[in-house]
Design a protein around this ligand. Structure first.
Ligand code: HEC
Ligand code: HEC
Length: 407
């Protein structure tokens, strides 16, 4: 009896020790993570050539890059734009929902930021020229629900968003950046003098975001389309088959142009295309646009998407069509990150489209019933193999887009 209890207590002690050590390890891991970052950005002596590659002033993009990855942009120095938009995941993240500055989960999946032209770069010069205004802003559709239309409008929102970075206001942000030693030089290089203003911050961040262009010809498929065919870049027969299924048999390209670095968001000229089945949605501003759809994920959508913005029943469950560039690294998928793999995504289109009221017409038969695409397992695998070719290694690894604070 006694022997048994000694063994038992030794065993309990062992368990306690194991748990204790496991916790200790976790603490170590957390502090290592913090120490894994430089307190100042490490920049090359000569800036990367953003101008050559993306037509954006080198110093402007450099400043934008530092701001994008600087945790000082958040109220408690824990969160930067780059905390949720990571280079290795094509400026998306690999979790279903990111946490904001205080650990609260957001309610949508972080989208990949790429190909979002902030402004017509040629039209502005940071030192001699003017700041962007409506006339030199390109209109794009931003966010899963399309609620914002220009980069200038959105770029600083996360900074003061109470769930994301939660700075109390812009004067506090300016004060903080003015007290940060490395900014005076960066602003001077970008703008000619050291003055830090909200407009300059927004402009520089747009400049960097405008550089986040995935280079089409680096993707295996695109090399093939541009006729620069090498053995490495040629699609395999299986990938070719997937490409044909994507474009021809299943018409995925009707909504997703896999070549478009930008989500294929297209504005409809007033009066619409007049071409039949393209649903046209009217934004709160009265503009008409298409390429936001309900793909039948839920019978009754929990997240109303565009419908929550417009308050129109016909817009419920309608979301922006995301880009498929670098899609193999941006899992999980959809506005709520519900699918972990591309196979699950394609199976949704194949067999699980729900008969929801605002379903895109592409998924209805002539008699109004839901059209499941009935994609077979082998076809699914071919489509996935094709989607995986849409990858730009340079974009995912080049130091010119990397976190300059990371060791
Ligand atoms: C805590 C995580 C988090 C942080 C921090 C964050 N974002 Fe985001 N970002 C998101 C999520 C989630 C969405 C999608 C929200 C939605 O659609 O409702 C998003 C959407 C976007 C979009 C729209 C992309 C598109 O294709 O529609 C852009 C651009 C963007 N963020 C830029 C930024 C910038 C710039 C910063 C820093 C100032 C930033 N984000 C900080 C999580 C974050
Ligand atoms: C009617 C337009 C439409 C068609 C046709 C369509 N899609 Fe989509 N696709 C969308 C929309 C809209 C979303 C985002 C939906 C959401 O999150 O609520 C999406 C999301 C996706 C995603 C996830 C992207 C991400 O970043 O999370 C993939 C992958 C995808 N579609 C592949 C396909 C394939 C493969 C086909 C053909 C079998 C296809 N799509 C057909 C509109 C369409």
């Amino acid at each position: 009896m006694k022997k048994k209890s000694i063994i038992l207590s030794a065993f309990t002690t062992l368990i306690v020790l194991i748990i204790f050590n496991a916790c200790k390890k976790e603490n170590v891991a957390v502090s290592e993570q913090v120490e894994d970052e430089y307190s100042e950005p490490i920049l090359p002596e000569q800036t990367y050539n953003y101008a050559k590659k993306h037509g954006v002033n080198n110093h402007l993009a450099t400043l934008g890059r530092v701001l994008f990855f600087d945790k000082k942009m958040s109220v408690n120095n824990t969160t930067s734009c780059g905390s949720c938009h990571k280079q290795e995941f094509a400026f998306a993240d690999n979790v279903q929902f990111n946490r904001g500055f205080d650990g609260q989960f957001l309610n949508r999946n972080s989208p990949s930021i790429q190909g979002l032209k902030g402004f017509k770069v040629d039209a502005v010069d940071s030192i001699n020229g003017s700041f962007p205004n409506k006339s030199n802003q390109e209109e794009i559709v931003l966010f899963w629900d399309g609620r914002q239309r220009t980069m200038a409008d959105m770029v600083l929102n996360p900074v003061v968003n109470h769930k994301e970075m939660n700075m109390p206001d812009f004067p506090s942000l300016l004060e903080k950046l003015k007290a940060t030693s490395y900014y005076s030089n960066l602003f001077k290089n970008a703008f000619g003098d050291e003055e830090i203003t909200q407009g300059r911050i927004a402009f520089a961040m747009q400049g960097f975001i405008a550089c986040l262009n995935t280079k089409a010809e680096n993707s295996k498929k695109n090399v093939a389309t541009n006729n620069l065919v090498t053995e490495d870049s040629k699609l395999t027969d299986f990938e070719e088959a997937g490409k044909r299924l994507f474009h021809e048999k299943y018409n995925c390209a009707k909504c997703h142009d896999p070549l478009a670095p930008v989500a294929t968001t297209v504005f409809v000229p007033s009066g619409g295309y007049g071409g039949g089945n393209t649903p046209v949605v009217t934004m709160p501003s009265g503009e008409k646009m298409t390429f936001m759809f309900n793909i039948g994920l839920d019978l009754i959508p929990k997240d109303l998407g565009l419908g929550a913005i417009t308050n129109i029943g016909g817009d419920k469950g309608v979301f922006k069509v995301p880009t498929l560039q670098n899609i193999s690294v941006t899992a999980p998928y959809m506005h709520d990150g519900r699918f972990k793999t591309l196979e699950e995504v394609v199976d949704h289109y194949g067999h699980s489209v729900k008969d929801t009221r605002t379903l895109a017409p592409q998924f209805r038969n002539m008699d109004g019933t839901v059209k499941q695409l009935n994609i077979s397992a082998i076809e699914r695998n071919a489509i996935v193999a094709f989607l995986k070719t849409l990858k730009d290694e340079d974009f995912l690894t080049s130091p010119m887009y990397a976190n300059p604070f990371k060791k």
